[in-house]
Design a protein around this ligand. Structure first.
Ligand code: ADP
Ligand code: MG
Length: 618
């Protein structure tokens, strides 16, 4: 009987292996960038087209390859980085499997131009689907340029599996950011479809973070540093008050390699315990150096998951290092609601200026008078609450007769007390509403009590208003007398530029688009000026996070991002008139039962349920 076992031809083996190493353009980016770093490059350029599907090119000024190596590097298990199994335990480079270039050339058209110091000519190799198609001498600077074109050109099933260019580019960008963070001393450039997204000079980590994520990051960072036998920890955490609703900038690097570790992430989160509001995520950029032999990077083909020898000690060290930093830099708890800035927003002002927000010059304004009796704070407060005023225009209690005096009444005590006093709200029958736990609005209905989640209710109301603005394209714009100049990263600017039409449809008005800054000359009436930076940040983050989702229009997603950002938060006291207005608005909306995020907005407690609770045995 004939033998049935045969060894797979190389190109088949390579294609199979490629499935492990290369899932998408971003995987290629990672491998090529790592090779450039291993080659000792000081300057690396990444050029991509169509999210990396059409082209990924990495150009470095590293050591380059000899003519012989330029042919060999595409062979499976061709590596210059280890020569025996024992080397595996002291790997200081990124690569060692000698798998990446072999895999990539099995599933794409690859072009390599490389020259070593001392060689007169560069070597130019073209290879596609594992077959060398051309080899010739060329003129090129020292270093290496590798172009990967038409990824998965010979495996249509894999190619069809790729997401939109936008989504693939998000992954590429993420990979680029990880590598750029891990190597702040190297300068990097990223160009997508001819647009320069990042141009990062070699710098210290702190500056690199600023260049990547915006210079406003700088005063948010707290350094972390700890040295023990097991590990050296360095890097930065973000102050808890800048925590985000989405898991944004969270980076671990072990021996300068980005890794994912839910276990270590947990250590960070416990260090922040008590400092974060529910479902908020702190940013961090943490670097661990451990002796190479205590680390196993071998367990995952793309090497983002690693195994530590002494994981438990590492957990404890990390947690204590972060706690120490938070303490040392005097990071104040934000959970202390009595001192929460939110609560200092005096919603009592809402009755005072029920007009659409406008800036007026106060000739009597003297910034040096006591803010409690002077006009300064009052003006600031009224600007900050402008969005609310617009929302409640004509609905809340109107001031009766005389214009209000200039003095400020800071709302004192719990909102419940204010309700009981109810002094300046005469004429309104507000007995039926009150706020519970600064979170729910309770109102009486025929059958019992109706409990409304204030945040979700407000989200619903704002969402519908924004949607209406977008669809009617006649937004109410507040023109700013002093344009706001906001800083963004080039990547963020990219998102904003793509959204310009939609944003203008909602009432944003832009001046100059800089490379890293944007001038805002008008805002939607519903967006208070002070909230504008947060709103745009939230929009960008939400946008990037939900980019791949199908089935929702741009306008819908934007309305969602805005209402999520602007809706009144739990923990914020509301004036009774504002409560009532919100209830009215909610039940005037199209879908008062469900928040834009498909969460229930209200529930009831009926008299029967109460009776039953109190008389469980009938
Ligand atoms: P590995 O990085 O695991 O060794 P690769 O397939 O990524 O395997 O690369 C194979 C070899 O090609 C490397 O070991 C290195 O010698 C060479 N090489 C790849 N990219 C570069 C580059 N940008 N500059 C210099 N040499 C490179
Ligand atoms: Mg490699």
């Amino acid at each position: 009987m004939a033998d049935r076992i045969h060894v797979l031809p190389d190109h088949v083996a390579n294609q199979i292996a490629a499935g492990e190493v290369v899932q998408r353009p971003a995987s290629v980016v990672k491998e090529l960038l790592e090779n450039a770093i291993d080659a000792g490059a000081g300057k690396i350029e990444l050029i991509v087209k169509d999210g990396g599907k059409a082209l990924i090119r990495v150009v470095d000024d590293g050591c380059g390859m000899s003519e012989g190596d330029a042919g060999l590097c595409f062979r499976r298990h061709a590596t210059s980085k280890i020569s025996g199994a024992e080397d595996l335990f002291r790997i200081a480079t990124k690569g060692f499997r000698g798998e990446a270039l072999a895999s990539i050339s099995a599933i794409a058209q690859v072009e390599l131009i490389t020259r070593q110091e001392g060689d007169e000519l560069a070597c130019h190799v073209r290879i596609a689907g594992d077959e060398i198609q051309a080899r010739e001498a060329a003129v090129a600077p020292v270093g290496t340029s590798i172009s990967v074109k038409n990824l998965f050109f010979n495996i249509p099933a894999r190619r069809n599996f790729l997401k939109s260019d936008k989504v693939e580019f998000r992954h590429v960008l993420e990979e680029f950011q990880r590598v750029a963070l891990a190597h702040p001393g190297i300068s990097f450039k990223l160009v997508h479809n001819e647009n320069e997204i990042h141009n990062l000079p070699g710098a210290k980590l702190r500056q690199r973070i600023g260049h990547l994520f915006g210079s406003r990051m700088d005063n948010r960072l707290v350094p972390v540093s700890e040295e023990t036998q097991i590990a050296i920890i360095s890097g930065f955490i973000c102050k808890p008050e800048f925590a985000k609703k989405s898991r944004g900038e969270q980076y671990f690097f072990v021996n300068d390699r980005f890794i994912k570790s839910p276990y270590l992430h947990h250590a960070v989160m416990t260090a922040f315990e008590g400092l974060l509001k529910a479902e908020m995520y702190p940013g961090y950029f943490l670097f661990l150096q451990v002796p190479p032999h205590t680390l196993d990077v071998n367990i995952h083909p793309t090497k983002t998951e690693v195994k530590f020898e002494d994981e438990q000690s590492l957990y404890a060290i990390l947690r204590s290092a972060i706690k120490h930093s938070l303490g040392q830099f005097n990071v104040r708890p934000v959970l202390d609601f009595d001192h929460d800035n939110n609560l200092e927003t005096p919603y009592a002002f809402k009755d005072r200026q029920a007009q659409a927000p406008k800036v007026s010059v106060d000739r009597n304004f003297n910034p040096f008078t006591d803010p409690v009796s002077g006009g300064g704070l009052a003006r600031k407060a009224s600007r900050e609450t402008a969005g609310w005023e617009a929302l409640y225009e004509g609905l809340g209690a109107q001031p009766v007769g005389e214009p209000q005096p200039e003095g400020i009444e800071i709302p004192s005590g719990a909102p419940e007390e204010t309700l009981l006093e109810g002094s300046h709200l005469q004429g309104q029958d507000l007995k039926g509403v009150f706020q519970l736990g600064r979170k729910y609005i309770v109102t009486r209905i025929k059958s019992g009590l109706l409990l409304i989640d204030q945040t979700r209710a407000h989200q619903r109301v704002l969402y519908e208003q924004f949607l209406e603005n977008i669809t009617r394209k006649e937004p109410v714009v507040q023109t700013l007398i002093f344009p706001l100049k906001l800083r963004f990263t080039p990547a963020e600017m990219h998102v904003l530029e793509a959204l310009t039409d939609a944003l203008e449809g909602m009432g944003f008005r832009f001046g100059e688009f800089g490379d890293e800054s944007l001038e805002i000359i008008g805002l939607p009436a519903l967006v208070p000026e002070g909230e504008a930076p947060g709103v745009l940040d939230g929009l960008i983050a939400g946008w990037q996070q939900h980019e791949g989702e199908q089935g929702f229009s741009q306008g819908d997603r934007m309305a969602k991002a805005l209402c999520r950002q602007l809706a009144i938060k739990a923990g914020t006291p509301m004036e009774p008139a504002a409560q009532l207005a919100l209830v009215n608005d909610l039940f005037g909306s199209r879908e008062p039962g469900l928040s834009p995020f498909q969460k229930p907005i209200h529930t009831t407690l009926t008299l029967e349920e109460l009776d039953q609770k109190l008389n469980p045995n009938g």
